[in-house]
Ligand binder design. Structure first.
Ligand code: CDP
Length: 237
């Protein structure tokens, strides 16, 4: 899909299953275009972390939804930290960026994000962020629900084995014990919950461009996308 005017694209929506490479592609694309970047998964992870922290039962939809409304969450671009982070997440002023990536959060986040009230509150915050324009937003329902009018939608997939391999590598590079079989099981379980839930299930928007990243490094995908959006249309650019 090409940009048919000389106007820059205001919003790029990227969706896809767990560890499909969408966050890396989204972040690199935002860097190259000098756009803002929002990884919406971290918002559902932050609500999950807060529920676990406050010992709110994950199965208590009313209490988790209330928490999603009350949570004071801020997301900042990384600012020279040397721990490999790409952004910083604060909840009530506390830096919880790395707490969001624990296996316990992985194990509970899909249940939290299946709750309608939680989604409504997060989507409201995501749309407010999108109003700033020049945004790359990454998640599960950005092209279908959060930003259905986004002029460019991408749906990035990869085989489950490749996704588990990448996540295992990320985890061990971050100094954690990472077991491939456990990670593969978590990825498959989250895919299953995320794609079969009632509210905003994971699926490509009808007009999304599908990209299989199994055999392609993120930089190659980013270059292909940039070429796609910058290519001359009818020879008039
Ligand atoms: O990085 P990874 O693909 O493993 O996950 P993530 O993007 O951080 O998302 C974590 C979880 O949040 C997903 O498994 C979904 O349950 C949920 N999520 C969602 O429901 N909607 C979004 N827009 C983003 C994430």
């Amino acid at each position: 899909m090409a940009n048919e005017t000389t106007e820059p694209i205001a919003m790029i929506a990227i969706d896809g299953p767990a560890a499909s490479g969408k966050s890396t592609v989204g972040r690199l694309l935002a860097e190259r275009l000098h756009y803002l970047y929002l990884d919406t998964g971290c918002m559902y992870r932050a609500v999950t972390w807060a529920a676990l922290q406050q010992k709110v039962a994950i199965g208590d939809e009313t209490a988790v939804t209330q928490l999603a409304h009350d949570i004071q969450m801020e997301i900042f671009p990384a600012n020279g930290e040397e721990d490999g982070r790409h952004y910083t997440v604060h909840v009530a002023g506390q830096d919880i960026t790395w707490e969001l990536r624990t296996p316990t959060v992985d194990a509970n986040v899909s249940q939290v994000s299946s709750y309608l009230g939680v989604r409504q509150e997060m989507v409201k915050r995501q749309r407010a962020f999108g109003q700033r324009g020049a945004v790359v937003m990454v998640g599960r329902d950005i092209g279908t629900v959060v930003m259905p009018d986004a002029p460019l939608k991408l749906y990035i997939t990869a085989s489950a084995e490749e996704r588990a391999r990448r996540r295992t590598q990320d985890r061990s590079e971050q100094g954690h014990i990472a077991n491939y079989d456990d990670i593969l099981a978590d990825v498959l379980r989250r895919d299953q919950i995320d794609s079969s839930r009632t509210h905003s299930p994971l699926r490509p928007a009808a007009d999304a461009i599908r990209i299989d990243s199994t055999d392609q490094p993120p930089a190659a995908i980013v270059n292909a996308i940039l070429q796609m959006i910058q290519e001359p249309v009818n020879g008039n650019r």
